[in-house]
Design a protein around this ligand. Structure first.
Ligand code: COA
Length: 179
């Protein structure tokens, strides 16, 4: 039986999620700016919301792509995060997250970061499960859908390169490598 064919098809709108956070001193570094790791935590959360809404099951974060911190976020600012699924594959989904800061006094919005995350759908036992297909509708959604396939190819090449490099790296005992 073709289980994938029985899965529903979902739109981008069905996964669309948003989160707003006020930045407090506990989120900040010694200069009063939002910590990068805290921002990544918020990105992971809002990304997972979109993945949950698409998959309607548990999801785990498989990866977060390169992320640039474009502008600082200060204590007292509002952080606005938006996410949606760009493309669903077999058991994984690419989610795009865009983050803005709103200065509460001036009311000005500024783009501060963007990220692509991959989530994998799992059942309550942690076993991977297929995800519904994504049906992009608007031109922008179709563009993101196409781009997501290209990024997946790059990720898979990089994973393969790391797998191939593993035996050589194990031999380099004591050398700390980020991958
Ligand atoms: C993510 C995870 C489920 C992948 O499991 P795996 O056995 O390595 O699975 P596979 O290599 O067969 O890949 C399964 C799917 O995940 C995708 N995937 C695996 N590693 C990935 C990575 N690093 N980046 C993006 N996608 C990845 C594969 O492309 C595949 O997608 P598809 O089913 O849509 O074709 C597993 O590595 C895991 O459980 N990691 C820990 C997740 C976690 O705890 N996250 C929280 C942060 S600590």
């Amino acid at each position: 039986m073709d289980f994938a064919a029985q899965l529903p098809t979902r739109t981008v709108a069905e996964s669309r999620s948003e989160m707003t956070e006020i930045i407090l001193p506990n989120d900040a570094n010694t200069l009063g700016n939002l910590l990068g790791g805290r921002l990544m935590h918020f990105i992971d959360l809002v990304g997972a919301m979109a993945a949950y809404r698409h998959a309607r099951t548990h999801v785990v974060t498989a990866s977060m792509d390169h992320i640039d911190f474009i502008a600082p976020v200060h204590v007292g600012d509002l952080l606005i995060l938006k996410s949606s699924v760009n493309r669903a594959f077999n058991t994984s989904m690419e989610v795009g997250v865009k983050v803005w800061v709103e200065n509460t006094i001036a009311g000005i919005h500024r783009h501060v970061a963007s990220a692509y995350l991959t989530f994998v759908a799992v059942d309550s036992q942690g076993r991977r499960v297929p995800v519904p297909r994504l049906q992009p509708e608007a031109a922008e959604e179709k563009q993101r859908y196409e781009d997501a396939a290209r990024r997946r190819e790059l990720r898979q090449k990089e994973l393969e390169r790391k797998r191939q490099a593993k035996p050589r790296e194990t031999a380099m005992a004591g050398t700390v490598r980020p991958d």
